[in-house]
Design a binder for this molecule. Structure first.
Ligand code: MOS
Length: 707
């Protein structure tokens, strides 16, 4: 193992494990007003008026009229309001914030507000939705010709549901007006500079009029990529009006019902096969964006770029759209659009193989891309594609082929077994030219007179360990003990914009900037002096420039790869399934800390198994999310998958630090297909088309088809 991979104790281990970490909810309440949002109770309506009860002294009602700047939150587009405009577009949309010193009184006042609505017909069903936020087309080759010449054409639709991030710490932000007039906003978040831009715009001040600190954050998983910008604007506007610090921390029900989740999807695949090979795919992807566009453009882009999977598809046509419904806006969640399409393409390949009477894994292997091949967007796989070796690693761990053959034989009795496998990648870093054109990351190192070195960057530790791995890289290059290098939570008043904590980019992109900065600092190091060095992102020379209007070029500089196998046993009486083993080989390049990366792989894989099996969330006929607690929305625990085996396959990436690639999102992406393929086997060869696939779904198949 490389020295850099050897695990260390995480920098925040002691404070977190002892309970001393200060989260936004933990700051003392003295002098701080409690903010509670008045959420819309109907899915679509004109707000005629709000009858606000008489407010005791020191209590405030804050709404759109109090926004000093622009009542639009700066996300990708600016359609999300800070506080609602004259309509509400989903149940939960923030109409106003009630603020005051006593939490119970604030709640009482909030609940006493009477909103007079003129109700409008909401659009709740994705299939019936007609308003499109984003619509993309791309492809290559002669798709119609390939379909005309095909021996067989397959046409199937796959559906996936919501997934809730279920971070331990709910959303929470706090705003404090400073004496200088500057607004200080801090809280649970991933992207300090996103919030910075959004709050400055809402307050109508320049960038120096605000600063943003990421507080200790109890998990993000994408859920704190954009949402804190909205809540940050709301508390900042409230604090400006009240002239006092205002804090708003969501309770679990608010968080589960009203914050962003993974986009539900419908993916239709039409596939042409000739002489036993896939010759064309015609793919139609529809994402449920919810009521505002937030991050749907970029989530959809990643989803459709991944749509043909890890396969060489000579003729390809892809259409993707994100439609508006009157439901809570969907957003980022680990995997960012790719879990939906990878589920569909993997199931599709499996179904075609079954119909052709060939082994699913062999069929997939015969179509694998390899180094030098074109990507879906006519970029190139510049680096080795290690999937064949990784398949064998998983095979060695679980005797996949033998079990797959054994479970394919007719099974009898109450308990039936199955095993499935998925092959997939995750594009490392931002999609397309985002890193080069939008982010332009800058990272710095500041050396103090005593020889300690501080990392200055804007990437937040959300459990993935950058507070440890960033200093580890710097200490490694400077040959310093790890305790001489530190990285505090980013505050935009002190750190440059090294970009958001998203897209599995922090370690690969910013980690590499820090490695180069450390080498630079080593070269100019003078004892006893304060020194500062800076590095700026430069796109690697090998990249084929990406054109987002045509979906043409390298969508990602490189890819992380994975192979997942899931073996399970189904109880045909209760419909429940027990995962007997989940095996993953993951290539995220060099781990810049073995235990941290392994923890990411295990956690993500388990999260993916939850997405595949038990994490079901839906709306009632009024548009209200029905699963708003951990008793109505189940997530897996380690007990559910006792035999979880993750292996690291290292294919070094020359432009990442020590060969590291993006890691965080990869492990979640492939679980649904591996899981569903296993369920199909256990149920005697049914064709399944949706995830999550719950015990109720299993019983429904048994009732319909018998097993
Ligand atoms: Mo991430 S799902 O790119 O915040």
């Amino acid at each position: 193992m490389d020295k850099i991979s050897q695990s260390v104790v995480k920098k925040d281990h002691a404070t977190k494990i002892s309970g001393r970490s200060v989260y936004v909810a933990d700051y003392p309440s003295e002098g701080v007003l409690c903010g509670k949002l008045l959420h819309a109770k109907v899915a679509r309506a004109r707000v005629v008026r709000v009858e606000v009860p008489e407010l005791p002294e020191g209590y405030f009602y804050v709404d759109a009229k109090d926004v000093p700047g622009d009542n639009n939150v700066n996300i990708v587009l600016d359609d999300t309001p800070v506080y609602c405009r004259d309509t509400v577009e989903y149940i939960g949309e923030p109409i106003a914030m009630l603020c005051g010193p006593d939490e119970a009184e604030v709640e009482r006042l909030r609940d006493a507000c009477r909103v007079v609505y003129e109700e409008l017909e909401p659009v709740l069903d994705l299939r019936a939705a007609t308003e499109t936020f984003f619509d993309y087309h791309y492809g290559h080759g002669d798709v119609d010709g390939a379909f005309a010449e095909a021996d067989a054409i397959y046409d199937e639709e796959f559906e996936t549901g919501y997934q809730e991030q279920a971070y331990l710490e709910t959303q929470g932000m706090m705003a404090e007006p400073e004496e200088s007039g500057r607004m200080f906003v801090h809280g649970s978040s991933q992207c300090a500079y996103y919030i910075h831009g959004a709050v400055a715009r809402a307050l109508g001040c320049g960038p120096s009029g605000v600063h943003i600190l990421q507080d200790v954050t109890g998990g993000g998983f994408g859920g704190k990529e954009a949402f804190p910008s909205i809540l940050g604007c709301q508390v900042a506007v409230a604090a400006r009006k009240c002239g006092r610090p205002v804090r708003c921390v969501f309770d679990r029900r608010e968080d589960m019902e009203y914050t962003s989740k993974r986009h539900p999807s419908l993916c239709r695949y039409k596939v042409a096969v000739k002489d036993g090979r896939v010759t064309a795919m015609d793919i139609d992807v529809v994402f449920n964006a919810g009521a505002y566009s937030t991050l749907s453009a970029v989530v959809l882009q990643r989803g459709i770029i991944a749509a043909p999977g890890v396969y060489d598809v000579p003729n390809l046509r892809v259409h993707g759209c994100a439609r508006k419904t009157n439901t809570s806006p969907c957003g980022a969640y680990r995997g960012f659009g790719a879990p939906q399409t990878f589920f569909a393409v993997e199931m599709m390949m499996d179904h075609i193989a079954r119909d052709l009477g060939v082994d699913s894994l062999a069929f997939k292997q015969a179509h694998l891309v390899k180094q030098g091949d074109s990507t879906s967007t006519c970029g190139r796989y510049h680096f080795p594609v290690p999937l064949p070796a990784m398949i064998e690693e998983v095979e060695t761990a679980c005797s996949y082929r033998e079990k797959r053959a054994a479970y394919a034989k007719p099974q009898t009795g109450r308990y039936r077994r199955g095993i499935g496998m998925s092959l997939y990648f995750h594009g490392a870093g931002f999609t397309g030219s985002g890193e080069r054109d939008l982010i332009k990351a800058v990272a710095k190192l500041r050396k103090y007179r005593d020889g300690t070195v501080e990392v200055l960057a804007s990437n937040g530790d959300i459990g993935q360990g950058v507070r440890t791995t960033f200093p580890k890289i710097v200490a490694h290059e400077l040959n310093l003990p790890l305790d001489k290098v530190f990285y505090d939570h980013p505050d935009t008043a002190r750190v440059p914009d090294s970009g958001p904590t998203v897209a599995s980019r922090s370690l690969m992109i910013v980690g590499e900037l820090l490695r180069r900065a450390a080498i630079h600092l080593r070269e100019v190091w003078v004892d006893g002096e304060e020194q500062e060095v800076e590095e700026r992102y430069k796109e690697p020379d090998f990249m084929i420039p990406f054109d987002i209007t045509k979906f043409d070029g390298d969508a990602y500089p490189t890819y992380a790869w994975a192979v997942n196998a899931i073996e399970l046993e189904i109880d045909t009486l209760t419909g429940t399934s027990k995962v007997l083993g989940a095996y993953g080989s993951f290539d995220v390049g060099t781990p810049v800390d073995y235990n941290i990366v392994l923890g990411q792989m295990e956690g993500g894989f388990l999260q993916g198994i939850g997405y595949a099996s038990i994490e079901k969330m839906d709306c009632d006929d009024k548009g209200r999310i029905r699963n708003n607690s951990f008793s109505d929305y189940l997530i897996p625990t380690t007990k559910d998958v006792p035999n979880l085996r993750c292996m690291l396959h290292v294919e070094k990436y020359p432009d990442g630090p020590y060969g590291a690639k993006g890691a965080g999102e990869l492990p979640l992406v492939g679980a649904p297909a591996a899981y569903l393929e296993a369920v199909e086997q256990a149920l005697g060869g049914s064709s399944l088309h949706h995830a999550p696939f719950t015990a109720e779904d299993t019983l429904a198949v048994i009732a319909k088809e018998g097993v």
